[in-house]
Ligand binder design. Sequence first.
Ligand SMILES: O=C1O[C@H](COP(=O)(O)O)[C@@H](O)[C@H](O)[C@H]1O
Length: 242
Amino acid sequence: MTREVVVHPDAGVLAHATAQRLALAALDAQSVRPEVHVVLTGGRIGTRVVEQLAASELLAALDLTGLHLWWGDERFEPTGSDERNDTAVLGALRDAGVPDANVHVVPGPDVVGSPEEAGQRYAAELARFAPDGAQVPSFDVLVLGVGPDGHVASLFPGHEALGATGATVGVHGSPKPPPERVSLTLPAIDAARRVWLVASGAEKADAVAAGLASDDLPCGRVHGTAETLWLLDVEASAAAAR
Ligand SMILES: O=C1O[C@H](COP(=O)(O)O)[C@@H](O)[C@H](O)[C@H]1O
């Protein structure tokens, strides 16, 4: 497993380059197997990456019927809520030609009664695409944002969800609103071939430095089986570079 750090000049370049990198990784993966599984993230830079991905000319070279999109975490909010990670990007993904059936969203409270139930539904969907003996698909690339507190997906420092071992976990009392969420677990994340952590801005610099130096924070605990890649802008990398 390799770990690398790439630093881009600013958030705009970071989002564009990460999206292009993602599209290219999907294209490469599809040259050896028809089904490609990519896990997206929410948050500010994560949303910009997905918007840029949807606009990438490289998507035209992909067989989109084989491209499956997932989210690493979702806020337990109703379908269409601005609080949800998927809301801002679903239209762009649809316009880009990704079939609805391949866009795997986490159900909200308009569909199920609790984050646990949403997690179970999402886990069942993940299992449909998992190889024999696994709980989740063989994710080709799993993208994570990084919170200023070092959280990834909806796994927050010191929170009990960090110790969950199934594919998904219902989260209550998230320190960042909204309080109820659904997240992939650490083992589900670590099953991905490539894990990419994307961080932008000075408020992320301390978490990035800590994550690169130790496994104290959730962002320092995640690894891909083949690659762990930190994609940063100059501001987010500043404390690590000192
Ligand atoms: O709440 C969340 O936060 C992180 C980071 O968001 P950002 O706006 O600080 O970049 C995000 O990656 C995660 O998916 C989301 O649920």
